[in-house]
Design a protein. Structure first.
Length: 256
């Protein structure tokens, strides 16, 4: 593996790790406000139910107040014993992993003792799909009434947006990394090309060509210092060989 390939591989690994970390952080940053929006919708629906429920003279009623915007679309009111009183759905709320659900307990009445009533008597039409249907009558000796409020909203919109983001990250990310890797490989090869030229010039230097010196191959300070150091080394070797050649000639002359 060449030096350019090693540098490119190491850099791409670092970029890939940084890209994954950035993608995870971006996914989390997008998911957080979407989750907060769902929680706010659930809280708004529960607050609406609390404000609309009224217990007066033994009658429990859900007032038809105007709904605020951006509230959870599904809801129900049950007694602590499980009796369904009001619901936005005909048969009560369904349970699914695609739905976000939040519950809250509410106690109504002035009595100190809380009773778990599950057989409230309905005055009026049967409830079904509308919060306007039904007024419930409590027993005379009923204590404090405990209710369970439930709000529910779909996670489909949030999951769809997160899926689109995930698809974009896993599609654009690798393509961008591949393009960046190709550009980086070309840039590193271009920067290291003067070293290959130095190697080709140095290969021409030998005992029969000691006067050859390395020519300019780049403008960077590192290459200039390397070329100068190599030329000085070649010069010292040439001087040493000349002195050795002179010594050999002088010794041969004396021997004759």
């Amino acid at each position: 593996m060449t030096l350019a390939q090693r540098i490119t591989s190491a850099t791409l690994c670092l970029l890939a790790a940084a890209g994954v970390a950035t993608g995870v952080a971006l996914y989390g940053q997008v998911r957080k406000p979407l989750n907060l929006k769902l929680e706010n919708a659930l809280e708004a629906r529960l607050a609406w139910l609390e404000s609309a429920l009224e217990l007066d003279e033994g009658k429990l009623e859900l007032e038809g107040r105007k709904e605020p915007s951006d509230v959870a679309e599904h809801w129900e009111v049950r007694t602590a014993g499980g009796q369904l009183l009001w619901s936005s759905e005909e048969q009560g709320l369904a349970h699914s992993s695609d739905l976000r659900t939040q519950t809250r307990e509410l106690a109504l009445g002035e009595a100190e003792e809380t009773q778990d009533l599950s057989n409230l008597t309905l005055d009026g039409p049967q409830p079904g799909g509308s919060y306007k249907a039904g007024v419930y009558r409590l027993p005379r000796d009923a204590g404090r009434l405990k209710l369970v409020l439930t709000a529910q909203t779909s996670r489909a919109a949030m999951e769809s947006e997160l899926n689109r983001l995930g698809l974009a990250l896993w599609t654009v990310g690798p393509l961008a990394l591949a393009a960046l890797g190709a550009l980086l490989a070309w840039f590193i090869r271009w920067q290291l090309a003067p070293l290959e030229e130095l190697a080709r010039q140095a290969a021409r230097i030998g005992p029969a060509a000691l006067n050859v010196r390395l020519g300019p191959v780049g403008s960077s300070q590192e290459l200039l210092r390397l070329r100068e150091a190599l030329n000085q080394m070649v010069g010292r070797l040439a001087d040493g060989l000349e002195r050795e050649k002179g010594f050999v000639n002088a010794a041969a002359h004396e021997l004759r």
